[in-house]
Write a protein that binds this ligand. Structure first.
Ligand code: SAM
Length: 300
């Protein structure tokens, strides 16, 4: 059974987990700072703000990790000056190395999202990707986002897990588990070797995520902190089902036996379905059923 942690323990586990994960984080998640990465991040920002965004004079990123959001937005010309924060000094060190390699100048400050060491009204944009679900006291964190934003400033958080989207994604995961022996026989793959405990941080993995959201909850936090024009949209439906099906199948096979052709099909199929989600489904279906949520708002 997963132990129940208090807020201080959640922050501590997040710091330790991400400090260790920092080393191989970009490779694990396929984080890219080229055309692909910039395209992904810009598409999210355009979709969220319903326009070509920026340029923003000074941005603050919360839980910036190795820099996926901020560095790509700087490279794309959407952000002029950036400050990045994270509870994990290891992640910020990896971000610093990425920024140096890309020739970008970024300020980094290790801090917890609930206590931001910045003056009131310092930033034009507060952003984050895949961070809110790690924060114990979201009411307090949103108060801080509002405090450090200038009047008229923009708030944008993407990549947040959706509670119902996550439950729906269990269906393809379950189906793939049932079909896995047939699939392995078809591609002539041996079963996966027994797990060796995996990466060193694996024992903390189940403890770092503390929320999955219904869209209304995200809106309430933003409104509660005084934001206006609050919108929550969903992203990734078919792409996600397809991705989970393939990842679940692949996890059951010996990695050396999964053919290149299959991996290529899985990757290209994912990108095609992502386009279909974007062009056809995201504007028509309720946000709650998608796998990820994006919340945007502005400070009055
Ligand atoms: C899933 S990673 C996402 C990193 C990056 N935004 C990205 O999309 O690649 C979550 C990040 O949030 C940071 N984090 C976790 N809890 C935090 C907290 N309470 N305050 C600030 N950062 C936190 C972690 O250290 C980690 O870098």
């Amino acid at each position: 059974m997963t132990p129940t942690l208090n807020a201080e323990e959640i922050r501590d586990v997040n710091t330790r987990y991400h400090d260790v994960a920092a080393d191989h984080y970009d490779a694990k998640w396929g984080i890219d700072f080229g055309e692909l990465g910039q395209g992904q991040v810009l598409a999210k920002v355009r979709k969220a703000l319903r326009r070509d965004a920026g340029p923003f004079a000074h941005s603050l990123e919360i839980g910036s990790g190795t820099g996926y959001f901020t560095l790509n937005l700087m490279l794309a010309g959407t952000i002029e000056k950036a400050t990045c924060t994270d509870i994990s000094p290891g992640m910020l060190a990896a971000l610093g190395a990425n920024a140096k390699r890309l020739g970008l100048d970024v300020e980094t400050t290790p801090t917890d999202a609930e206590r931001l060491p910045f003056e009131d009204e310092s930033f034009d944009l507060v952003i984050g990707h895949a961070i809110l679900h790690h924060i114990p006291d979201l009411g307090q964190a949103f108060e801080e986002f509002a405090r450090v934003l200038k009047p008229g400033g923009t708030l944008l958080f993407a990549g947040e897990p959706s509670r119902y989207g996550d439950r729906i994604a269990n269906v393809p995961k379950h189906l793939a588990t049932v079909l896995a022996p047939l699939w392995r026989a078809a591609i002539k793959a041996r079963p996966a070797p027994p797990a060796d405990g995996g990466a060193p941080e694996a024992s903390l993995e189940g403890l770092v995520d503390v929320h999955a959201f219904a869209p209304g909850e995200l809106s309430s936090f933003a409104r509660g902190a005084g934001f206006q024009d609050v919108k929550v949209i969903g992203e990734e439906l078919l792409a996600n089902w397809f991705g989970w099906t393939n990842r679940t199948l692949e996890a059951t096979a010996h990695p050396e036996d999964v053919p290149w052709g299959w991996r290529n099909y899985a990757y290209k199929g994912y990108l095609t379905l992502q386009k279909l989600d974007r062009s056809l489904l995201e504007s028509r279906l309720p946000a709650a059923i998608f796998y990820n949520l994006i919340v945007t708002a502005s400070k009055p």
